[in-house]
Write a protein that binds this ligand. Sequence first.
Ligand code: SF4
Ligand code: SF4
Length: 714
Amino acid sequence: PLIKTRAGWRKASWEEALEMAGDAFLNAREKHGPQSVIFCKGTGRDIGPWLSRLAYGFGSSEYYALGPGSGSACLMPRMSVTNAVFGGFMVADCSQYFPLRYNDPRWRLPECILVWGSNPVDSNPDGFLGQWIVQCLKLGSRMIVVDPRETWMARRADIHLSIDPGTDGALAMAFLHVLFEEGLEKTGLEEKWVNGADEVREQVKYFSPERASAECGVSAGDIVSAALLYCRCEPAALHWGVSMDMSPSALGTAHALTSLVVLSGNLDVPGGNVIVTDPYGISRRGVDRDLAEDLGKTKTGLSEYPMIGSGVPYALADVLLDEIESGRSIECAWYQGTGLTANGFAEPKRVGKLLARTGLSVMVDLFMSPAADELADIFLPVCTCLERSGIRNWWYQLAAFDRVIEPLGESRSDMEIVLSFGRIVAGEHFPWSGVTEWFDHILKPSGHTWSELCRKGWLMPGTRYEKHLSTAGFNTPTGKIELQPGIMERSGLLPAPWYVPPPSMETGKKYPLKLTTGARNPLYFHGEHRNVKHLRELAPLPTVEVHPDDFPHEVGSGDWVLLESPWGSCRRVAVSSPRIKKGVISADHGWGGHGLNVNDLLASRMQGRGGLGYPFRCLPCRISGPVEAPEEYGDVQESPVVESECIMDVRTIWCTGCRACAVACVIHTGIHGLVVRCKDGEWTPGFTSACLKCSFPPCEAVCHTGCLTAEENV
Ligand code: SF4
Ligand code: SF4
């Protein structure tokens, strides 16, 4: 642990650091009330339950997810809509609920999978693994992909709709238009269990494929073909991604796609979209339900934006920042697992300045990030996932993560840190003597102890389909699916699917390009891992993908360029790519500082209607250059592995280019026994002359699509 002094950072013991933080937090609560203290995480994964317990146990509903903070534009828009419509969330059913998986007789193979705004083989979002879709394709599912980039998935799709960024709402409404025009709605569910279908029909009546085509840049013919394919297949599954959350129409788009799943008869049926439940009723919130409901009513942003009361566990950071700017005082802040300004916010410099006004800030992180160095007063070192145990209750399973080594140095696990601090500031909510006892308490509803779960590894409670038939209907006030939920009207929203054009539609002579960002790079996780040498060798520089026809005359592939929007700029290395739609450029995210942060191109207060959603992925933009490389990045070399060293390509069509095999090889053997290159638009792994022909090859063990086999390597 470190404590900041006027002379810089000094080392401290855990006891001293926690005591100092505890005194400040308790003092703030006594003098200014619990809401003067905020608790924040990044995308966080299994940190959420522990941290929300700390916040609510302390008495503060100021619990924020800052990945991203602007518009809570990751999952929350979709979650708030599905929660309002049918009282839960839904995921594509790729048999993940059954231990027998694809062979389980209760499951049906989706005839069609609609992959919308997601490249799951690279992103594996929210516990949903892209390889499940790959397996369905191998078994015969057809696929539609909606993406402005020709991704790995798009290349294998039956129909690829190369949409303009941020126009998903227009396309989704046209799908509904086709559904009604062709009379493809499944009336059984509609008549008995759905309110509001007529209003949806009315709303999309004038949203013809031709009208949508003018908005989203996809031909009307392709829109009709794709809509008919999805609507006629029984069952069909929708896999939707974060892209649609990152537009001003996030809520309207989510409403349109939720309506599509419902009215095409694909909600909660085998091979469609399953309504998810917490395994064994173990909540991912980690805080007692009554406390969450009562205290949750006081969270920042709820009175202005009621939709954050619909299945969203967080307060709204945009409102918090505005309030700080207007004079609200934050006495203490706890940040855990967030790079803060590198990823999570529009106008990151403003955010840094406003959060620097906090009385005392504690940062819990793996590394001393630039944000920690700038903002923290106390730094607490957390250990990696290999050094800590944890419970993961993603929707389909309960899994144990058992540490493989003890924490190195003075680092501690997230849970140990929260428990130690919780005992100081919220003792009655943290009665456990150690983390294992706490885990046993959490696991009680499953009938298993922590050590039993560790021995088993995971538990899968299975699922029931059409749950409304065996319960009191859907989890809504009427027990029915509400396609016109009252909360939307209370939020000032049209209670039916809607669409507003994104800022990128305002491109003109000055800003002729549409900028999208946030496409996942399998080597990094948002702002993480750029300081891991083997990964950095494979992707050393912050890049922007540009269609060959969109390069300014004087700029070539590999040049540093300046990206500018009406609100800001950043530098990038331009990479020529025929896979990106002409007129659209794609800049990778997660690079902070040095004038590289792509979020510098966004302004504050651009959140979507209803407070949720943010146009991270749809900005007007222009490129100019070449420009000077930033000093710290200019001398990073490409990977030393050169193409000529490859002596045998592996014949496969399923390689996703994740490069886990290449990294596993170099970590385990210290040599580059394998390279993965892009040849003719396809990823191709190949063994080099250095390959040791390992008896138990790590490269093979980590391949998620089964491309590499021992036989290949002889
Ligand atoms: S067999 Fe061993 S040395 Fe060869 S590529 Fe695989 S891990 Fe590397
Ligand atoms: S061969 Fe390597 S890069 Fe390709 S999918 Fe397998 S692990 Fe990923």
